[in-house]
Design a protein around this ligand. Sequence first.
Ligand code: HEM
Length: 195
Amino acid sequence: MTSTRYSRTAITLHWLVALFIFAGFGLGLTMVDMSFSPQKLKFYSWHKWIGLTIFALVAIRLVWRLTHPAPAMPASMPAWQRRAAHVSHLLMYVLFFAIPLSGWLFSSAKGIQTVYLGLLPLPDLLTKDMGDIVLAAAEAEKPFTVSELIRLFHKFMNYLLGALVLMHIAAALKHHFIDRDDILGRMLPWLKSRS
Ligand code: HEM
């Protein structure tokens, strides 16, 4: 049976992932523009640890979501909006996996092993030789390599996720302040329930 509310586990996982996504995204944008320093290296490590934590939390979240169906959307919601919500949620799950995996692939392709929390060495997903394979080379320009392709994938999937997260927040606020339904309240239990 579909419940009318999210479970405490689903709510906790949702806000933990949201918190880590904001932290990892902000740190990613900050660290790439820093000049080389011990602080930059520290930020790269924190960024990788946050990203891998997201990867693990999302795996747990997906199992939870598949075994505990989300509450139904309000009957007043038009069919196209339900479809748009489903598609955007699905796309966010895909990106929650693709982004950390591409970051891990990129580090491996550069020949830098990822060590989770500085304690747990993770296997490299690619060798540096694979990362250095040249895909295109123009004279007088840096050759375009496999590792560069993965870096660009990581970057642009992040911008896509950023756009989806902004839409997600805008939709939640519209439900709360314009439609005045209980969609936001069921993910933020301390808001007064309207159902
Ligand atoms: C959901 C998790 C993650 C988010 C939201 C995220 C976000 C970002 C962002 C916004 C950037 C800056 C892109 C740019 O403007 O150039 C970035 C860069 C980077 N990320 Fe991630 N990332 C995640 C996971 C990971 C993981 C798990 C790793 C490695 C294990 C990783 C490794 C890197 C590296 C090495 C860069 C720097 C690329 C460069 O030098 O240009 N990321 N990330």
